[in-house]
Design a protein around this ligand. Structure first.
Ligand code: ZN
Length: 466
């Protein structure tokens, strides 16, 4: 099946290929580093990671930019309250974000760019918008006049005709589905930090950073622009208005948006007590790979209900595949190849790839993995699984893991690495051979205390983490 995605702009599922050089030019809106990111944010970032891996599985190269919003109303408010310089404050949460991404095994985009590294580029873009009469100034602030952009509303499919009153909005985020002129540049307020630029002192509004950095690194027309569904309006609508007014070209060919995350069926909110950062959940003893699995398991266009039962099921599902892999690697099978099973493996791998190409249908892709694991396990139990079937089964698991990336257990601080476990097992085998059973038992006990379970089988010792 050819790769295809739902495009928010056209409201259609469309075949996807990059416009040039087999390289996907992609921009995704990154975190605002004013506090620790919550699991709703990580649902979107996990979707982007799965998207990257599927694009690569289709043979495309990636050129992907993600911004770090390190100046906005909330950041300034929090940094001021803590008497910290802006850079010092945002450095803490930028670092935390990168650590969280690493825990969830999210690949680093090719360019990860802080907004404040591009203030002069933003000022220059605002000057160009002013020169083409898309802006007006009030008290040192610069606003984008949306009446000058006839396509306003084409992404969110809102009809704003008759509703463009020229009212302005100063805050970075606004809820109402009415069209307002938005701030490109904000005059400095008393006691706030500001930048001195060609268009005067101040700081950029939120929307302009994405337009400027996307065009700077990726060119005038992107292949994909992605983010959370809450960004469609106003943020992405405003990005389109700015970018297309600057270049006269379509800003992005595809727009992809991940739906909301609910917690135990409720909207996540601090007052409901169901607001979780990634750190909160890891502190409760859940494995990051189980969290990753749960976030990835629901197709991105469906809202995801995050529950602790769901997390436990995710951990069990991962264990099933790990155990199956271990069985493939360590059991002895009769020679030859079972042709029926070989065909079953090939069709499972095909349906896995097809499901992902069908607008990243992760739920169906996972179903094809688990149905296969069930069938292959019963073939093993009945002696029908042959040595010649092992390689293709392992290859299918490798393809699964190249997208979902959950098979390797996370090694916590102070835990034994895989290599250290292997070395201890070797020592135990040698001790047993030398009839030093006391030492062999001691090693087994030591490993058990680290949550590592040994199993003596005909074909040698195998082990797993609890
Ligand atoms: Zn953005």
């Amino acid at each position: 099946m050819p790769l295809r995605f739902y495009n928010t702009l056209s409201q259609q599922v469309e075949d996807f290929a990059p416009a040039r050089d087999n390289t996907v030019r992609m921009y995704t809106c990154g975190p605002t580093v004013y506090s620790f990111a919550h699991i709703g944010n990580f649902r979107t970032f996990t979707f982007v990671d799965i998207l990257r891996k599927c694009l690569r599985a289709n043979g495309f190269k990636l050129d992907h930019v993600m911004n770090i919003t390190d100046v906005d109303d909330k950041i300034i408010r929090n940094a001021t309250a803590e008497h910290k310089a802006l850079k010092d404050y945002t450095a803490i949460y930028t670092q935390a974000f990168l650590e969280d991404c690493a825990a969830l095994r999210l690949e680093r985009p090719e360019h990860l760019v802080p907004a404040t590294d591009h203030i002069d580029d933003m000022a220059a873009a605002i000057e160009r918008l002013a020169a083409t009469s898309h802006t007006y100034n009030t008290d040192g602030s610069v606003y984008f006049r949306i009446a000058t952009f006839p396509g306003y509303g084409k992404l969110s499919h809102n009809d704003f005709s008759g509703n463009i009153a020229g009212a302005r909005v100063d805050v970075d985020e606004y809820e109402k589905a009415d069209a307002r002129d938005f701030a490109l540049w904000k005059a400095p307020k008393e006691g706030e930090m500001f930048w001195d630029t060609a268009i005067g002192p101040g700081r950029p509004g939120w929307h302009i950073e994405c337009s400027v950095m996307a065009i700077k690194y990726l060119g005038e027309t992107l292949d994909i622009h992605a983010g959370g569904i809450d960004l469609v309006f106003p943020h992405h609508e405003n990005e389109i208005a700015q970018s297309e007014s600057l270049t006269g070209k379509p800003f992005s060919r595809f727009w992809m948006h991940a739906e909301f995350l609910m917690v135990e069926g409720q909207k996540m909110s601090k007052s409901q007590g169901n607001y979780f950062t990634l750190r909160d959940i890891i502190e409760r003893g859940y494995q990051p790979e189980a969290i990753r699995y749960l976030l990835a398991s629901v197709p991105y266009r469906k809202s995801l209900n995050f529950t602790f039962d769901g997390l436990k099921s995710a951990a069990t599902a991962i264990l099933r595949v790990r155990n199956f892999k271990l069985r493939l690697e360590t059991d002895k099978y009769p020679d030859g190849s079972n042709e029926q099973l070989a065909a079953r493996t090939a069709s499972a791998a095909q349906s896995f790839a097809d499901s992902l190409n069908d607008d990243l249908n992760t739920a169906e892709a996972l179903a094809s993995v688990f149905e296969y694991v069930r069938d292959a396990n019963s073939a093993m139990d009945s002696g029908e699984f042959r040595a010649g079937n092992v390689a293709a089964a392992l290859d299918f698991l490798a393809r699964f893991d190249s997208i979902f990336d959950v098979l390797k257990p996370t090694v916590q601080d102070g835990q034994l690495t895989d290599a250290a476990v292997d070395a201890l097992i070797e020592e135990r085998t040698a001790a047993k051979k030398a009839k030093n059973f006391a030492r062999a038992d001691q090693i087994r006990q030591q490993l058990l205390e680290q949550g590592i379970i040994l199993e003596d089988t005909k074909s040698g010792v195998r082990w797993k983490r609890k």
